[in-house]
Design a protein around this ligand. Structure first.
Ligand SMILES: C[S@@+](CC[C@H](N)C(=O)[O-])C[C@H]1O[C@@H](n2cnc3c(N)ncnc32)[C@H](O)[C@@H]1O
Length: 226
């Protein structure tokens, strides 16, 4: 497969704390899945059959860990390219001794294309993706028509895709792209944003809190596979 020309992130060296650096070495064998262009056997990976959530760009992982702790009946896969965030989540996961989380430190688009089997996820979450506000950078936004189809193809027949952003122009683009996706149906009445009551209560993510401090409106979008 050809490497993608445009990515939704730029590789930042990022400052790893000593503890994060140690975690990346010592805890990776317990929680990490190396990227390989080969489909994963998710039942084997988690040692059971359970509903599965994949979170794209989990940042520092607080939200993912909280969900894993409060939903022990589900399994969670987190995908993130920023090493300090991965190290942070590894440390928290180890401290909490969770057994239902696995991490992949690689581009989520390639992970979905090459590692995640079709119709294998019950839920995909994309929370506060980089908004790339400048017009010349819009092409870097992860959510586009191809991405919507890719995510939808990895959902089970009853699977759901949940996205959120505090950047209104991006929210508008998400809404129009997702409403156009033939494999997804909007859960909200009249094809709009999901009312707060329809989206599962969850811990605010770091970027959500930042957006709220700046006075931004948070838009949530909820779709099911059709
Ligand atoms: C704006 S931050 C939001 C982080 C977190 N979801 C939150 O709400 O606090 C976006 C995150 O997505 C990650 N990211 C961007 N593109 C990605 C990709 N293609 N694959 C995996 N992670 C990605 C970035 O490294 C960054 O941590």
């Amino acid at each position: 497969m050809q490497p993608r020309a445009i990515r939704s992130y730029v590789t930042r060296a990022g400052r790893l704390t000593e503890a994060q650096s140690r975690a990346l070495q010592q805890l990776w064998p317990r929680y990490g899945i190396d990227f390989q262009p080969q489909l994963l056997n998710l039942d084997q990976l988690f040692g059971r059959q359970a509903p599965r959530t994949l979170e794209i760009g989990f940042g520092n992982g607080e939200h993912l860990l909280e969900r894993a702790l409060t939903s022990p009946e589900r399994d969670f896969i987190g995908v993130e390219v920023h090493p300090p965030g991965v190290g942070h989540l590894l440390l928290m996961a180890d401290r909490a001794n969770v057994t239902n989380v696995k991490l992949i430190a690689h581009d989520a688009v390639e992970v979905l294309q090459q590692q995640i089997p079709p119709a294998s996820l019950d839920e995909v979450q994309l929370l506060f993706p980089d908004p790339w506000p400048k017009k010349r950078h819009h092409k870097r936004r992860i959510l586009n028509a191809g991405f919507a189809q890719l995510v939808a193809s990895r959902l089970t027949a009853s699977g759901r895709f949940h996205a959120a952003t505090d950047w209104t122009p991006y929210a508008e683009q998400m809404l129009s792209v997702l409403n156009e996706c033939p494999l997804l149906a909007n859960c909200a009445r009249e094809g709009g944003y999901a009312p707060a009551g329809e989206v599962m209560a969850r811990q605010a993510t770091r970027f959500q809190r930042r957006g709220e401090r700046l006075g931004h409106t948070v838009h949530e979008l909820l779709y099911h596979r059709c």
